[in-house]
Design a binder for this molecule. Structure first.
Ligand SMILES: C[S@@+](CC[C@H](N)C(=O)[O-])C[C@H]1O[C@@H](n2cnc3c(N)ncnc32)[C@H](O)[C@@H]1O
Length: 308
């Protein structure tokens, strides 16, 4: 069977949540709970974020087979994507089921739920909306609850042991049959998260200078000075990798950005429009407009006179 993943996997032009309510599931695995969310929240866009490409493919097939039109999937690390792919205060509910608790001290950094995560998702949740974590590891549920309470903007009741669940996946059912327990933490957003916790950006200084004779240069001569150059700033790094030109009036430049460990590979397309060189983020990579991505566009404007 041929699958058409375009609609379900293509990021929208605007952040999720701009055009209506959004429900998020982080680490959806095979997509069974996501399917439940899509079925029961028909008026919302249900956005799944998953770091495993294989899981994204499986869940995409599941959602397409079921005919859901309100599901979108994003491949990547939720910690970066929550910040850049969602409109602030737009998420009506967020769920995370049975994440790996990474018990070893040296793996603490890999745990998704942390005070930093609480601040991040707090900026994306609407007032009164909740983040719900289900786990089979009691200390992890307690630690998550504390991370949210320490933020000061959430309320959370005690961790619940084996509460009634609105939907039980095959995985959880098998788990329970083996005598294992489920612990649930639910943190409700009560107040706004201070803006300083939800991202920073500013003008960067560039080591390369624009050629004073830039107007007389060909397109490749304008763009070549940035190749191999990097912009490093608090919070992001930008590297201009390769240049591809065609016939002198069009070019693609490949760029890598890392915004606090959220890495993106994408192209900027430059074409001649009348007498102006116009740049555009190319649709192949579908980058999110992170501070790093915006810095790459600013750099091309300053050094190569490209307009965006
Ligand atoms: C143990 S599985 C649970 C899957 C599913 N929620 C369930 O209940 O069956 C944890 C899932 O979280 C995903 N994951 C781990 N870290 C992640 C992150 N930072 N962002 C998004 N997904 C992540 C993993 O790839 C995996 O699919």
């Amino acid at each position: 069977m041929n699958w058409n993943f375009t609609d379900i996997l293509t990021p929208p032009d605007k952040p999720f949540g701009t055009d209506g309510p959004v429900i998020v599931e982080i680490g959806f695995g095979n997509g069974e709970y996501l399917e439940h969310l899509a079925r029961t929240r028909q008026g919302c866009t249900v956005v799944g974020i998953e770091i495993s490409r294989w899981c994204v493919t499986k869940a995409a097939r599941r959602a397409l087979s079921a005919g859901f039109r309100n599901v979108r999937l994003i491949h990547g690390d939720a910690r970066g994507l929550l910040r850049y792919a969602f409109e602030p205060r737009s998420v009506s509910g967020a769920y995370m089921n049975f994440p790996c608790p990474w018990p070893k001290r040296r793996h603490t950094e890999r745990r998704v739920t942390s005070p930093r995560f609480a601040a991040l998702i707090g900026g994306r949740l609407a007032q009164g909306a909740a983040f719900t974590l289900a786990t089979d590891v009691e200390w992890y549920a307690e630690q998550t609850r504390e991370a949210f309470l320490s933020n000061g903007c959430f309320s959370a009741g005690p961790v619940e042991r084996n509460p009634e669940r609105e939907y039980v996946t095959k995985y959880e059912r098998k788990w329970r049959e083996m005598g294992r327990e489920t612990f649930v933490t639910r943190a409700v957003k009560m107040a706004e998260v201070p803006e300083s916790d939800t991202g920073k950006e500013g003008e960067e200084t560039l080591d390369i200078e624009a050629d004073p004779d830039i107007e007389r240069l060909s397109l490749s001569d304008r763009l070549r000075p940035v190749l191999g150059e990097s912009i490093r700033k608090d919070g992001y790094v930008v590297i201009f990798k390769e240049l591809f030109t065609s016939g002198g009036d069009a070019a693609l430049i490949s760029v890598i950005t890392s915004d606090e460990d959220f890495e993106q590979h994408y192209y900027i397309k430059v074409v001649l429009s009348g007498s102006r060189w116009m740049g555009k983020l190319d649709s192949i990579g579908h980058p999110y407009r992170t501070p790093g991505v915006r810095a790459s566009m600013r750099a091309l404007s300053k050094i190569a006179g490209i307009e965006f």
